[in-house]
Write a protein that binds this ligand. Structure first.
Ligand code: GLU
Length: 284
């Protein structure tokens, strides 16, 4: 489990992303990072440990970018380190991911054979490499994302930005949560509603197979083949405190009802992390 957040608009993204990540930190605290498109280039800032370490690193840095994505990591493949922290950038494209790409070793072998050099031990890094390859073949960002998603087995919530398209943020999901938040002249994505409640109350809940293209004016959603998909806009009445309680009356009640999911998440994460370690030690 980890948390992702993204913003495209006309005010600076960094404070919005940091605030969102604070609300998502319960989803992972191995590392945190931000990426923004500024001056025609992608800028990535990452830090091991809690979000406060990233905030410390950002102190004194001027980030005016109005397009950005952020991540707080709960490592499944690759130890908690700065190299393994998200966002992961390749060329002009940068990605944050929640989930597990189960066929990453095969994809990594294929991409390595084609000359791609990997900078992390994560399953996630195959995603920006696949995107980069498709972009170099001449596809546009949206097409490249669809082609990439068709190659992935496993689970993902993804947010993608590129220095070549500073006007948009793409997102997609399969078996990991992802919501789109609709603002006034700006659009957001996040793993969970509380991350965005200080910005908007209007949400679209993405479903498996959805690909969202977000810009300042809103979102366009399609399926993996580019066919338009209609998803209702829902207005959430919760206050941030109510949202954190997930609709339950008390945190204790929430914890009790979340136990089965928490145990399942823990077990799947642990097993995935053991498998990842074995594969990587095995000479990947
Ligand atoms: N599998 C990715 C990683 O280990 C994402 C982690 C997650 O979703 O918790 O970096």
């Amino acid at each position: 489990m980890c948390g992702i957040v993204g913003h495209v608009g006309s005010r600076p993204s960094a404070p919005i992303l940091l605030e969102g990540l604070k609300r998502l930190e319960y989803r992972g605290y191995d590392s945190a990072g931000l990426a923004a498109v500024e001056g025609g280039a992608v800028r990535v800032i990452r830090s091991v440990g809690k979000l406060s370490a990233l905030e410390e690193k950002l102190r004194g840095t001027e980030l005016r970018a109005t397009l950005g994505i952020g991540h707080t990591r709960w490592a499944t493949h690759g130890r908690p380190s700065e190299e393994n922290a998200h966002p992961h950038a390749v060329g002009n494209v940068v990605v944050v991911h929640n989930g597990i790409i189960e066929n990453y070793l095969a994809l990594r072998a294929e991409l390595s054979a084609a000359g791609h050099a990997f900078g992390s031990e994560t399953d996630t890094e195959v995603v920006p490499h696949l995107l980069d390859r498709s972009l170099r073949e001449g596809m546009d960002l949206e097409e490249a994302l669809r082609e990439t998603l068709k190659r992935l087995d496993g689970s993902y919530a993804l947010a993608v930005i590129s220095a070549d398209r500073p006007d948009r943020m793409l997102a997609a999901r399969k078996a990991s949560p992802l919501v789109v938040g609709l603002g006034d002249g700006e659009t957001f994505v996040a793993s969970d509603i509380p991350a965005l409640l200080s910005e908007t109350r209007r949400f679209i809940f993405l479903e498996d197979g959805d690909v969202a293209v977000c810009d300042r004016s809103g979102v366009r959603i399609t399926d993996l083949d580019g066919r338009p998909v209609d998803r209702p806009v829902q207005v959430v009445q919760w206050t941030p405190a109510m949202a954190e309680k997930g609709g339950y009356k008390h945190f204790m009640q929430k914890e009790i009802f979340e136990q089965p999911r928490a145990i399942a998440d823990t077990l799947s994460g642990r097993l995935a992390s053991v498998e990842g370690a074995v594969h990587l030690d095995g000479g990947d």
